[in-house]
Design a protein around this ligand. Structure first.
Ligand code: GAR
Length: 221
């Protein structure tokens, strides 16, 4: 694929930006169908901003705080920046701000999010703590299209890990995060290359299931 055909992607962050970094690294591959052209943070002290700049990617801070409860005013500023940058696709990567239906509609079918759980289980916060409290044996992460409802929307890709008997929220989070760093770039590749279509709120793809499509936990020895 020639560079000019690549989809132009903006990543929205609020924090350390490890998923952002995974996307930036993956997009360096010549055959990757998207290029990361902009990183936007709603927090000036987000660690990810410096990492993005080190990779030579344009960064911009649009602080949400001064807009207070006027979420749409913040989003109009954001939308202006995205439009001016010719963005095709938006990736939310630890972007800790609820988006209004107005903004979500602007990016319908063109905005992805990563969530640290196997949706539709564990929407919201503290997913790892809640999974451990419930004693689930398999946990994971989901890349999905963003819809007005929080942590919902057509699922593009999921990755799972076995929960270990001695897991803490931290150890589990670390293994899930490693999965996130794998599935977010893969999902973006799939979406940017046109390999997904949404039918009745469900993603359809020609991509096959995982080569090893059985995960049983715990293993009985
Ligand atoms: C990631 O684990 C992401 O899944 C989560 O925030 C973290 C951001 O880390 N997102 C959510 O919980 C959204 N509901 P990062 O800044 O290192 O990518």
């Amino acid at each position: 694929m020639s560079d000019t055909a690549k989809r132009r992607v903006a990543i929205l962050i609020s924090g350390r930006g490890s998923n952002m970094t995974a996307l930036i690294e993956a997009a360096k591959a010549q055959d990757f169908p998207a290029e990361i052209v902009l990183v936007v943070s709603n927090k000036a002290d987000a660690g990810g901003l410096e990492i993005a700049a080190q990779h030579g990617i344009a960064t911009v801070v649009i602080e949400s705080r001064p807009f207070g409860k006027d979420r749409e005013a913040f989003e109009r500023a954001l939308q202006d920046k995205l439009t001016a940058s010719g963005i095709d696709l938006v990736c939310l990567a630890g972007f800790l701000r609820l988006l209004t239906p107005w903004f979500v509609r602007q990016w319908e079918g063109r905005m992805l999010n990563i969530h640290p759980a196997l949706l539709p289980a564990y929407r919201g916060l503290h997913t790892h703590e809640r999974a451990l409290a419930d004693g689930v044996k398999i946990h994971g992460a989901t890349v999905h299209f963003v819809v007005p409802e929080m942590d919902a929307g057509p699922i593009v890709m999921q990755g799972a890990v076995a929960v270990r008997a001695d897991d803490t929220a931290e150890t589990l989070a670390a293994r899930v995060l490693a999965v996130e760093h794998q599935i977010y770039p893969d999902a973006l590749r799939l979406v940017a290359s046109g390999g997904i279509r949404i039918e009745n709120g469900v993603c359809r793809t020609r991509a096959t299931g995982s080569a090893d499509d059985r995960l049983i936990s715990p293993a009985v020895i």
